[in-house]
Each structure stands twice: as structure tokens, then as C-alpha cells.
Design a protein around this ligand. Structure first.
Ligand code: FAD
Length: 434
């Protein structure tokens, strides 16, 4: 058991993560001091940055990763651990929009599940990975029809995404309130922080250097080189990859304003007794439902029940939302009443306007991958490989993803008002079952 149960440098209601409390031991990764050189400098050590660093280091590149806190500190170490492959839009939508590139995007994103589980196997990462499928549970007939169409399109393109009826859903969940849904057999679940720590260890083994406590304060691209500076050091490199997602802030402005950070929170019980554990998600699935303010839930390897949901912004709202999640859990599973809730935490999901992640060229030798819309376990790992492709010299028009300029979302400064109003409206629609 790791002694550091709190995420440092984070406001209280978001910091006491179950994943930090149950993390594998990790080495100290001291801050960068002085001047260093690399072929590629990676900024941010979540799934995106660590996957990019690992794949580049394996190809023999000299890579330095600079992380403001510790590897996995951001969303990668706090998420629901659901491996949910693919992009938000269905395959035909992306193919209609981008033609042949749309098909390549879909295939690359769809491969996120296999990529994650293969990396875990190849590098012996201890993160309780279970390729049991990702379950999507429909709350009503309207969303069921949408899921049916999604499943149909994936199957037409050769993917194992199967429809399940209400009875099978009830059996898998141990709860009978959903009308049916999908099981995406490419997905599953894992311990996200241990996955991130495993990627970090694998990247180091392949030759990458990772520095914690090294926030990049300045980035300058001049001619053939890019220089990034931290409080105590600087790295000069041929290229930089920005992998800071919802925590980008002012770096490479307007990159951070191309996404809206939305807080997602989770709560977890103590380990359940065997009887109760057997009655909830008996086969270890991790469903996401189709509410507008989605619920996602699962058990961890020690049999704790975990419930997550989106929508909180201010600290007071975070606490209220965490309490609401406990109450919803006990409505779904009355057998949880009386069980102690031991963990509550959260983090920021980066939402984009078109629901697609962005691969943004910031300067001729600086590329960013950002905006995974709550699907980063698979897709951020995939984005790391796309960034590695680019850093290895793959021409932009041959990448399996469109490259664009980072465009700020209009009125970004007032995003809290917009998100707050949207959350309130979605809550009403969810309550009405619309
Ligand atoms: C509560 C929650 C639940 C989620 N559930 C799921 C889920 O079940 N399944 C799923 O697929 N996705 C989920 N997501 C989304 C997923 O976690 C993210 O998409 C993914 O982790 C993004 O990875 P990343 O590496 O791009 O960013 P992050 O993991 O956020 O990493 C960015 C890193 O950059 C660092 N950084 C920022 N600025 C600087 C700087 N200037 N210098 C150096 N470092 C810097 C940060 O400290 C941070 O560690 C969830 C997210 C949250 C918050």
C-alpha cells in the first residue's frame, strides 16, 4: 500500500484518490536541473506523453519527459480506468466527414483497446487489467436505438461490438433498470495510475528520461530547435510534444483554450464482503450509461465499488456531486447501504467542440495531442503513438489523424457559466428520462 494517498498540489475534494492510495511503489523522479539535450522533449507524463515517450525510446530516439508533478498526476492517474475504445462519433460519421482518412482514424482509435492490453502484457505492467469488454447501458428506448446504430456500424466495419438485451444487461450488472445496450469486446478496465506508472517504467527501461516536479514555464521554437524551460533547467531538442490535456493552462496559448476542462468525480467504498461483491457486476464489467451526465461504475481488484459521474465545478458542487453519487449507487444497489464510503476524488476531462481529439501543430517542430472527451485510456495511448509517428518523420498527410491549428473556443473565459448552465439543463433532461 502506498503511503501517499493524496494527490499533491490539488484542491481537497479532488485529491484523495483510491488509485493513489493503492498505487504500486514508484521511484523518485527528481526535477530537471541545468541544461540537457534530446531529440524529442515530451511535456506532460500522462498516458499521451508516456506512450509517445515509450514508442520513441523503443525506436532509439533520445527522449526527455518533463512533468509538472509526478507521472500520472493528471487525469491519467485519477480516471475510471475504463478502456473504452473508439471516438465519440460513429464510424460512418467520421468517414463522411474525412473520407479515407476518417476510416483510418476510426481504425486507429478502435485499436486503442488492443494497444493498451498489448502494452500491459508486453511490459508486464501490474495494473489489474481485465479485457472483459466495455458495457454501455441504455436508460431509454431513444438511447438504445442510438447504441444499436453504433453497434451496427462497428460490426459492418469488422469490430466485435455486440448488442445485449435488457435481461442480459441485468445479469451482467446485477441491476435491472436499463433497457439493454452494447458490449464492446475490445474494451475492459484497469487500475489507471498503475497503468501510467507501468508506462513510465517501460519508457525509462527503453531509455527515456523522466523528470517530475518540472513544470515547463516557457517554450521557444527557433529554426531547427525548440527550447523548453523549467524553474531549474532547460532542454534543447529537435522537437517538442505537448501532452498536457485538460491541465494545459497558458502553455502554448491558445492550446489550453481549445478544450473545456469539465470536472468528473468518483467515490469508492471499502472492499465489499464476498456476498455483496458477487451480487454487483459479477463478471467484473465497467458500464457507462447513456444519461447526458453519464454514470460510470465498476469494482476494483479488491472488490471496492466505484461510482463516477460528471458535472461538478466549484468545490461545494464537487462535494454535493460526490454525495449524490453515493446516493445513486445505493439506489442502483440497495445492498450497498451501510457499507463505508472510503474514497472520493476527481479530475478534469478535456472536452472539445466537435467531440474529436485534436492533433495540433503549434510550430513546425512542436505538436500537441489534446481533448479525449473522457475516452483517454485507449485514445490518449493511441495519441502517444500518433505523436511518435510524427516525431519519427511521418509526413503530416500520411498520419492516421488530421492535423489542425489549435483554435480557442469562443468565450472560453466564461466557460464555467456555460458548463454550469449545460450541467443544470442536462440534469433536468436526465431526471425526466429524455
Ligand atoms: C475523473 C475522470 C474519469 C475519467 N474516466 C475515464 C475512463 O474511465 N476511461 C477513459 O478512457 N478516460 C477517462 N477519463 C479521461 C482520461 O483520464 C484522459 O483522457 C487521459 O488520462 C488524458 O491523458 P493525458 O496524458 O492526455 O493527460 P493527463 O493525464 O491529464 O496528463 C497531463 C499531464 O501534464 C502535466 N502538465 C500540465 N502542464 C504542464 C507543464 N506546463 N509542464 C509539465 N507538465 C505539465 C500535468 O501535471 C499532467 O500530469 C477520465 C478523466 C477523469 C478526470
Amino acid at each position: 500500500m502506498n503511503q501517499v494517498a493524496r494527490i499533491p498540489h490539488e484542491r481537497a475534494p479532488l485529491s484523495a484518490s483510491l488509485w493513489a492510495a493503492t498505487a504500486n511503489a514508484a521511484p523518485e523522479r527528481p526535477a530537471l536541473t541545468g541544461a540537457a539535450e534530446a531529440e524529442t522533449v515530451v511535456i506532460g507524463a500522462g498516458f499521451t506523453g508516456l506512450s509517445a515517450a515509450l514508442h520513441l525510446a523503443e525506436e532509439g530516439h533520445r527522449v526527455i519527459v518533463l512533468e509538472a508533478e509526478t507521472p500520472g498526476w493528471g487525469a491519467s492517474g485519477r480516471n475510471g480506468g475504463q478502456v473504452n475504445p473508439g471516438l465519440k462519433d460513429d464510424p460512418y460519421v467520421l468517414e463522411a466527414k474525412y473520407g479515407a482518412l476518417g476510416h483510418r482514424m476510426c481504425e486507429r482509435a478502435a485499436g486503442g483497446g488492443a494497444l493498451v492490453f498489448d502494452l500491459i502484457k508486453k511490459h508486464g505492467i501490474q495494473c489489474d487489467a481485465a479485457n472483459v469488454g466495455w458495457v454501455r447501458s441504455a436508460t431509454n428506448e431513444r438511447t438504445m436505438r442510438k447504441l444499436q446504430e453504433t453497434g451496427r456500424q462497428w460490426r459492418k466495419t469488422g469490430h466485435a461490438v455486440d448488442e445485449i438485451d435488457a435481461a442480459e444487461m441485468a445479469r451482467i450488472l446485477g441491476y435491472s433498470g436499463y433497457v439493454g445496450g452494447l458490449i464492446d469486446r475490445r474494451g475492459g478496465n484497469l487500475h489507471p495510475l498503475n497503468y501510467a506508472l507501468g508506462l513510465a517504467a517501460a519508457a525509462e527501461k527503453a531509455g527515456a528520461k523522466i523528470h517530475g516536479d518540472s513544470r515547463v514555464l516557457d517554450l521557444k521554437s527557433e529554426g531547427e530547435t525548440v527550447t523548453v524551460s523549467t524553474a531549474q533547467g532547460k532542454v534543447t531538442a529537435a522537437r517538442a510534444l505537448i501532452c498536457t490535456n485538460a491541465y494545459t493552462g497558458p502553455l502554448a496559448n491558445p492550446l489550453g483554450r481549445s478544450v473545456v476542462p469539465v470536472t468528473s468525480v468518483q467515490v469508492a467504498t471499502e472492499p465489499l464482503s464476498d456476498n455483496v461483491a458477487r451480487s454487483i457486476l459479477p463478471e467484473g464489467h465497467s458500464p457507462t450509461d447513456t444519461r447526458r451526465l453519464i454514470l460510470y461504475f465498476r469494482k476494483d481488484a479488491q472488490g471496492r465499488f466505484i461510482m463516477g459521474g460528471r458535472g461538478a465545478m466549484k468545490d461545494a458542487d464537487v462535494l454535493k456531486r460526490q454525495q449524490a453519487l453515493r446516493e445513486i449507487s445505493e439506489q442502483l444497489y440497495p445492498q450497498l447501504k451501510g457499507v463505508a464510503w472510503q474514497h472520493a476524488w476527481g479530475g478534469n476531462v478535456a472536452m472539445t467542440r466537435n467531440h474529436e481529439p485534436g492533433m495540433h501543430l503549434i510550430a513546425p517542430n512542436v505538436m500537441a495531442g489534446i481533448g479525449f472527451n473522457g475516452r483517454g485510456v485507449g485514445m490518449a495511448t493511441v495519441m502517444g503513438t500518433l505523436l511518435a509517428d510524427w516525431a519519427s518523420g511521418c509526413p503530416q498527410d500520411e498520419l492516421d489523424f488530421p492535423v489542425s491549428k489549435a483554435r480557442p473556443i469562443p468565450f472560453h473565459r466564461f466557460r464555467h457559466l456555460g458548463v454550469g448552465a449545460t450541467v443544470a439543463w442536462f440534469r433536468v433532461l436526465d431526471r425526466l428520462g429524455l
